[in-house]
Ligand binder design. Structure first.
Ligand SMILES: *Cc1c(COP(=O)(O)O)cnc(C)c1O
Length: 436
């Protein structure tokens, strides 16, 4: 069954998360500050104190194209590992765009269309969010303009094609079309781009247009809220108490979507799973970043967000998990991490692809590079169970398929894939430019 409501964890937390601040006044931002970028309904959800938000019928109608998604047991992987653990994965790759992103793209497009918006702008890293939003805009008759991080634009041309099939206009970022992009190009004409730069470009264009708004595919509270359909369904499907829940984190939305409903049950004392976020060693905001106010974008257009950050102008190495190459982390998850509500670990790129290939050869699904992070840790946990003889129940999110990522698998299989050691100086250098 598709849930009728999204779950908002904020009222259940022991303390509320620190508010976003206006970059000039350093006062908490009000609805008026956000109105040029987002429709009022989403601004309301961003600060909502309601535990449950009803999913509009028009949104449920589109969700029905692929929801509820399957919860599968990875019996063949368990057998290959020789583990007594039971591994379950919630598979979001069956959506039209092939990931969990349409879960929020659809309501975002719906609320914008209902409030008279004509066009949405956005950024995309690996192209998953751009294709999800392009699909959602097509459902509600909106135009869609996407700035795609240059590294992915070159590596993943078919994600661009998919966005265009859905009717979107796509630019490589940094682009000469915006002031933010032009500034970066003037300094480094060969820039491979970053999510932070692409966000600056999309926000600049949305802020300048009367009936143009911006849409973000992760990080913000309303995005995490929409993704809770994943966890609500999994909670109903699992029928056993999980011992460990593992998810990959870029901006944190698929992880939050899976774990928030389970955390609600944990806070109520009904279950007691260990919850673990997994991030790339090349972009480790939880494990090596600081918890501080920082900009969400490179140019400094967004409100200041208190989050785990590597610094707003940190440019991660071009690893293939483009969706995890973001300098910051969801402020809500960052706050919860500070409260000790879950753990975080990082893994290297080649270890992830090894796990992805292992999963494909046993379970058949080729995972997107992002969830291979969760799979690498899931396999590690299952092997620890083999050592200890514990028959733990492990739950993970397989948040997208890797059909557009076969060039990355080629690199891995040919032995050409490298791991990037991230020197502490690069982090320190970017952190030195945090807003004071
Ligand atoms: C975008 C994306 C991610 C990273 O974003 P989160 O908000 O952290 O979920 C992870 N996996 C896939 C398949 C994605 O498309």
């Amino acid at each position: 069954m598709i849930p009728s409501h999204w779950y908002n964890i904020v009222p259940d937390l022991p303390a509320p998360p620190p508010p976003p601040l206006h970059p000039a006044t350093r006062r908490p931002v009000g609805p008026g500050d956000l109105a040029p970028l987002f429709p009022m309904e989403l601004i309301g959800q961003e600060v909502s104190g309601e535990r449950f938000v009803a999913i509009p019928e028009e949104v449920l109608d589109v969700y029905r194209l692929w929801r509820p998604t399957p919860l599968l047991r990875a019996r063949r992987l368990e057998k290959a590992l020789g583990t007594p653990a039971r591994i379950y994965y919630k598979y979001e790759g069956g959506s039209p765009a092939g990931s969990h992103k349409p879960n929020t793209a659809v309501p975002q497009a719906y609320y914008n269309a209902r409030e008279g918006v004509r066009k949405l702008t956005t950024e995309t890293g690996a192209g998953q969010w751009g294709s999800a939003l392009a699909f959602a805009c097509a459902q509600f008759g909106l135009e869609c303009e996407v700035w795609m991080v240059r590294a992915s634009y070159d590596q993943k041309p078919y994600r661009r094609s998919l966005m265009q099939v859905y009717g979107a206009t796509v630019h490589a970022s940094p682009s000469p079309l915006t002031k933010a992009g032009s500034r970066v190009l003037a300094d480094s004409p060969d820039s491979t781009g970053s999510l932070g730069i692409a966000i600056s470009e999309a926000v600049e264009v949305a802020g300048a247009g009367e009936d143009v708004r911006y849409a973000l595919g992760s990080v913000l509270n309303h995005v995490l809220l929409h993704q809770t359909v994943i966890g609500e369904e999994a909670l109903a499907q699992l029928g056993a108490a999980p011992d460990v829940i593992i998810g990959c984190t870029g901006g944190g939305s698929n992880f939050a979507g899976l774990v928030f409903p389970f955390l609600r049950e944990k806070l109520a004392g009904r279950i007691d799973p260990v919850i673990r976020a997994v991030e790339p060693a090349a972009c480790p905001s939880f494990t090596r970043g600081v918890y501080a106010y920082d900009f969400g974008d490179t140019a400094g257009f967004t409100p200041l967000l208190k989050m785990h950050t590597l610094g707003h102008d940190f440019v991660p190495d071009p690893i293939h998990a483009g969706g995890l190459r973001y300098h910051g982390m969801s402020p809500l998850l960052s706050h919860m991490y500070e409260l000790g509500m879950f753990e975080a670990v990082s893994v290297s790129q080649t270890e992830c692809f090894e796990a992805g290939v292992r999963f494909a050869r046993t379970e058949g699904i080729v995972p997107a590079p992002e969830p291979t992070h969760a799979l690498a840790e899931t396999i590690a946990e299952a092997l620890r169970c083999k050592e200890s003889g514990e028959a733990k129940v492990i739950l993970t999110a397989l948040c997208g398929h890797g059909h557009f990522d076969l060039a990355a698998y080629d690199r891995y299989l040919s032995g050409a894939m490298e791991d990037f050691a991230l020197p502490q100086e690069r982090i320190d250098e970017a952190l030195a430019r945090l807003p004071g």
